[in-house]
Design a protein around this ligand. Sequence first.
Ligand code: SAM
Length: 349
Amino acid sequence: MVATTGPASLEHDRAAHPGVLVDRFDRAITYVRVSVTDRCDFRCVYCMSEHMSFLPKADLLSLEELDRLCTAFIAKGVSKLRLTGGEPLVRRGIMTLVSTLARHLKSGALNELTLTTNGSQLDKYAAELKAHGVERINVSLDTLDPDKFRAITRWGDLSKVLNGIDAAQAAGLSVKINAVALKGVNEFEIGDLIAWAHGRGMDLTVIEVMPLGDIDEDRLAQYMPLSMVRTRLAERYTLEDIDYRTGGPARYMRVKETGGRLGFITPMTHNFCESCNRVRITCTGTLYMCLGQNDSADLRTPLRASSSDDLLHAAIDEAITRKPKGHDFLIDRRHRGPALARHMSMTGG
Ligand code: SAM
């Protein structure tokens, strides 16, 4: 689905959902990303430290609470829901949550239920996801070299992920690949990733590394501006800017030689906040109105305080009035550490 962003889409969202959440900057909030667990079966070097301490299970929202929270946002006009993590497919009972949320697809309240995954469990779950109405998924994959893959993910097995992608495509899911550009690691491999992804009918989006969380590594050593990636790719491919938008932060190009689409997400070199339509919820029910800011709202307390959703709805309304205009990441010689203490695995990528 191609969605426009900005005032035209706001008019559309308001017409489609009279009660839609709108923030102080006239942005309609129609997209929620929910981190269903902070745990992951990988330890990607730019995302987590090797020895992460995870939340006690008791702090996590139950599957029923996650469903109730998502349902409250859907009642407020949210039409797209993405499950993420940590690794969403390692949350015990995840398919129960997918199957209950699927009722909102059937009713038409939700346009899209999707997820971002590292692919390690897809061979097990792809068919079930499709059966519940999931149409598209994002799979994170930074390299096609098994040794490099193991080095980046610390614990991952490339062949398992590739089998997962096969299973997803065989089940009829549309797959988009997300790759983080890492200096000295996969910087010369992006061209091969394009050939591979486009050869299998998958879009590829390349992402600049963001300074989120302590990771035992130097952020500046990892950071690779996509302007440089583009210059290198131009030696091999003809890149044509296109105005395809998915409502997200990616800017897209058509790769003439493959006919496929290539997206760039450049949080470090471009501010993509003007058209931000999303908020993020952690697995403990904390709402982050911006990926790059610390301000948050506790939704677990109102959720647990009453079986009626009134308190929860009021807390959501209040939080949206605090959604900031944008973020301001910085990686330079003076700012090698994290801009924010929390890891991407907590807020959900
Ligand atoms: N486990 C799932 C996965 O691998 O896609 C979902 C969660 S993961 C945190 C979501 C995405 O965030 C992945 O594509 C990952 O590469 C990306 N990511 C994690 N930390 C990042 C960082 N510091 N900068 C940019 N992207 C990051």
